[in-house]
Design a protein around this ligand. Sequence first.
Ligand SMILES: Nc1ncnc2c1ncn2[C@@H]1O[C@H](COP(=O)(O)OP(=O)(O)OP(=O)(O)O)[C@@H](O)[C@H]1O
Length: 361
Amino acid sequence: MHVTRLDARGLRRFAEVSLLPAPGINLITGENGAGKTSLLEALHLMAYGRSFRGRVRDGLIRSGDPALEIFVEWQEVRREQRRKAGLRHSGQDWVGRLDGAAVSQLGELCAALAVVSFEPGSHALITGAAEIRRRYLDWGLFHVEHDFTPLWRRYTRALKQRNALLKARARDGQLDAWDWELAESGEPLTRRRQQYLDELQPRFAALAAELAPSLGAVRLDYLPGWRREEFPLADALLLARDRDQLAGYTSVGPHRADWRIGYGAIPGREALSRGQAKLTALSALLAQAEHHAAIRGEWPVVALDDLASELDRNHQQRVLERLLASKAQVFITGTEAPPALAGMQVELTRFHVEHGQLVGG
Ligand SMILES: Nc1ncnc2c1ncn2[C@@H]1O[C@H](COP(=O)(O)OP(=O)(O)OP(=O)(O)O)[C@@H](O)[C@H]1O
């Protein structure tokens, strides 16, 4: 898919901005603080319901404005007609439209537009909290498996209920029903995640071998959130019940899942240099984008924030060559064009941002 139009109002320092990107590589340059990243945040917000720099209420709305508005139009390879989505967000409330009709859940916008973002905080996918890695898996599944979301919702709802009962010190009989519900949804949820990670494995290994060969052969392992090799989730919940009743929350299950990378040449993620952590995160994100393309028949939009400050020239070139071969639409931001682009025969669409205004492009 490729974005054909991005309009925003009240986005960080932009009173109003309108971008008409091209299908290939779109380069957005400008000085520090000009507003380049904000444009990628707008896309990310539409595709994830949040920015990669936090929630809407944490500064995404321009000072003094009551809300921000984003409008995105894009073309899908498999569909003739253009698609369009609009979002008005006040930090508390939001109103969204997709293809002219109101949406009742932000997830509807996120399901429609697929964007993979790599930005200076992306190393947290490897070195940060487990929640970031769960979100990564769930985002991928959300886009490639239509029945994943109902399963995920069912599990999340049951978990909420069980935790509320644990806090209220409910009796065992009341907990039984929710343990059953958690097990019924949590087991298939776990199988999907496990299978998804297995499918990512060869793509991830190939990308990591190309981008970060010093790590040796890499392997992805899923950690389900309970001792699954020993007993099913229903038994794990029962065994943890006394402890959970004391703690007031559910201590085992897919909401505690994680995945980790085994490295052939280093002991573990603690031994990664910052650059290696970034390249590992980028390998994971591009593996996910490739997998999405293989299943859905089209690439997600790829947004690379501040590419030159994240990767050295050699790595920039490898990533760009791979993306050029893929025909994905790519957005790259930087204070100037990444040095790797200078040596490549690439057709570029250029935009320049100055003090919250788009000039040229
Ligand atoms: N809520 C807000 N209201 C008004 N201005 C804001 C708000 N939030 C951020 N800004 C300003 O908007 C700009 C943010 O721009 P952004 O992070 O997109 O810049 P950038 O061009 O990517 O910069 P850099 O090269 O430094 O990463 C900054 O100048 C910042 O001070």
